[in-house]
Design a protein around this ligand. Structure first.
Ligand SMILES: [Zn+2]
Ligand SMILES: [Zn+2]
Length: 342
């Protein structure tokens, strides 16, 4: 599958990604490492290159990045190591110990990085996949009313497409995303939102499951993995709807589907940015019917099948209880069945 960001083969089938996992971030018996204090500057201004096995301890990769930041004049040499930025490993998986990074396994999020620095990171540090300049805001469509335009971080060099592994009780899901465009979900040993969906599915599989604010599609795909016959994913933000569709394709071998048809290209969706009216952008062939709409969840009732559905509303901000009640009531007034916030 060709990557829409870099044109290379970043997107792999779930089985391929999972097959590489067991020792992906483990050292070989020749790997050396030093643990650096993240709250102090790099002590000696030096770094060691990767091991012959191709991996390097994450702190040593950070030392390499730090040296470049000093050479380029972005750092004075007095900044703590953690000021380099946030590491997002690919594929993102919960690791009990800090990882030994293979080639192309790190997307760096950094507020300080410049274009020349980012280009050197990608060219000279083999572990780096992509460099994103982050800001003090959450990227993506975080306002459910869509009144505030979504904001994004800037991909400065390389590619920011990466996968996360999300365990479910029906097996793992491999979920790709584009890190400059959507808020970050760190892999954790327990995922309360997946658990919330699974608690509902345990009561009996609904005929139709709707993931109305789908993001990258994790909750809807969780329902599909558990065997729900008809699953509808929806998001108003182009990146979310696009990657939801990709993620059906990535995980298709774990589902009862024979193929996925998409109706809008990445560039067509990107040109629209946000869609209010729900537009069908992907659907599956085969025993299970999984589809993706690109639109405002408040308009989704127009395209839902007749009859009751089980809907999950994964709103970005769940802290305003009054707003949650209003949103749930609004949904119930239009759509028969049940609705819950995970
Ligand atoms: Zn790519
Ligand atoms: Zn090694």
């Amino acid at each position: 599958m060709k990557c829409p960001v870099c044109g290379s083969d970043c997107i792999e089938d779930a089985g391929v990604v999972l097959g590489r996992l067991p020792d992906l971030f483990s050292p070989c018996d020749q790997c050396s490492y030093r643990v650096l204090d993240k709250n102090a500057p790099l002590p000696d201004g030096k770094y060691t290159p990767p091991c012959r096995c191709g991996k390097r301890f994450i702190d040593e990769v950070y030392a390499h990045l730090y040296v470049i930041l000093v050479e380029e004049g972005v750092f004075s040499g007095k900044e703590p190591l953690r000021a380099v930025g946030s590491p997002l490993i690919h594929p993102g998986v919960f690791t009990a110990a800090p990882p030994f990074l293979p080639e192309d396994s790190l997307v760096l999020l950094s507020p300080r990085v410049t274009v020349p620095v980012a280009e050197r990171f990608v060219a000279e540090v083999p572990e780096i996949r992509g460099v994103v300049r982050s800001g003090d805001f959450v990227p993506g469509a975080v306002d459910p009313t869509l009144e505030k335009s979504p904001r994004t971080y800037d991909l400065l060099a390389g590619c920011d497409v990466r996968a996360g592994i999300f365990p479910t009780s029906a097996g793992p899901l491999v979920i790709y995303t584009q890190q400059s465009l959507i808020h970050i979900e760190f892999p954790r040993p327990r995922n309360p939102k997946i658990e919330s969906v699974e608690r509902r599915l345990k009561e009996g599989l609904p005929a139709v499951f709707v993931d109305a604010c789908a993001g990258n599609g994790t909750l809807g795909l969780c329902a599909a993995l558990h065997g729900v016959g008809k699953v509808i994913l929806n998001d108003a933000w182009y990146a979310a709807a696009y990657w939801s569709a990709q993620n059906i394709h990535v995980n298709r071998k774990a589902l009862k589907v024979t193929g996925v048809t998409t109706t809008l290209s990445y560039d067509e969706m990107k040109a629209r940015q946000v869609s209010r009216e729900p537009v069908l952008v992907a659907e599956t062939e085969g025993e299970q019917d999984v589809s993706v709409f690109f639109g405002d969840y408040r308009e989704l009732w127009k395209v839902l099948p007749p009859g009751p559905v089980c809907a999950v509303l994964d709103l970005f901000d769940k802290s305003d209880m009054e707003a949650n009640r209003r949103i749930m009531k609004e949904w119930r007034d239009r759509v028969p069945g049940e609705v819950f916030i995970p």
